[in-house]
Design a protein around this ligand. Structure first.
Ligand SMILES: Cc1ncc(C[n+]2csc(CCOP(=O)(O)OP(=O)(O)O)c2C)c(N)n1
Length: 276
């Protein structure tokens, strides 16, 4: 576990480099991987109670990647805590029978709690898992679920949001990667989504809205979570930039998914190193 803000910043930088290396080899969902890198790094490398040697432990925290296309950033974070080697991800990604691909798949990778990729499905499953923990009188484990902002246009998201508050699931933490873009353009133009925070508040959630690239703030927000035994679900509305850290990708729908050339890889690495 990394406990310092500087250590977590360096860890997030390392994850971005891993993502770019993979992106120079394969097509990945690089834009939405880079936007959620900071919050995912703090979640996996600091916050979550999860032992890679005991992945069925009853007292583990659960993680559901509802925006299932951000599989690469999940896999590299899991590699960082010892679930497997980062080289495994680079070698096996998108190969026949490989554990890693453009979406998270439990059938081939036991570190995936729920297979995802069809947007709007992971969140309701996460709500069910949180309700299941209550039935088992587990008062300490949390369920963390990561969603996209484009994903908010799925009706199942709002059914789940309503039920989570109704069932008093204080053990549920939803994280929304509010990068403003979905696959083809602006979510505000394509879906009419606005005031995400107000919407969740009106559904009875505890809402925390902050800069999803500010590692110190992300850590502070995790540190301030009410106990899992509390009665109000929390949502983190994280303001982020799609493609964060790589100037030619930032805020560009074209980089929702793609592969980069050797030259682009080297340019991206140079910029990352300069920016620290
Ligand atoms: C039900 C469903 N409809 C459409 C898609 C195709 N799709 C994949 S990613 C994506 C955009 C998602 O946007 P967002 O949730 O904002 O993700 P991010 O921008 O963070 O990558 C779409 C429409 C899908 N995977 N599932």
């Amino acid at each position: 576990m990394i406990t310092t803000v500087e250590g977590l910043r360096q860890a997030a930088l390392a994850i971005r480099k891993d993502l770019l290396e993979l992106c120079s080899l394969q097509t990945i969902h690089i834009g939405g991987d880079l936007s959620v890198t900071d919050v995912m790094t703090v979640l996996w490398q600091y916050q979550m109670h999860y032992d890679p040697q005991d992945i069925h432990a009853e007292d583990r925290d659960r993680f559901v990647l509802s925006k299932g296309h951000a599989s690469a950033v999940t896999s590299f974070n899991q590699a960082a805590i010892g679930c497997f080697d980062r080289e495994d991800v680079l070698r096996e990604y998108a190969t026949d029978g490989g554990r890693f691909s453009m979406h998270s798949c439990r059938l081939v990778n036991p570190f995936v709690e729920v297979s995802t990729g069809s947007l709007g499905h992971g969140f309701p499953v996460a709500c069910g898992m949180a309700a299941g923990l209550r039935l088992k009188h587990n008062d300490t484990s949390r369920v963390y679920v990561v969603m996209g902002d484009g994903e908010q246009s799925e009706g199942s998201v709002w059914e789940a949001a309503m039920n989570a508050a109704h069932l008093k699931l204080g053990n549920l933490v939803a994280i929304i990667d509010l990068n403003g873009l979905e696959a083809d353009g602006s979510i505000y133009e394509l879906t009419g989504l606005d005031s995400v925070a107000e919407k969740y508040r009106s559904f009875g959630w505890r809402v925390c809205e902050f800069d999803g690239h500010d590692i110190a703030e992300i850590k502070r927000q995790f540190d301030s979570l009410p106990p899992a035994s509390s009665e109000t679900p929390t949502v983190f509305v994280c303001h982020t930039v799609k493609g964060k850290g790589v100037p030619f990708m930032e805020d560009q729908p074209r980089w929702h998914a793609g592969r980069i050339t050797r030259e682009q890889y080297e340019e991206a690495l140079r910029t990352l190193d300069e920016r620290g």
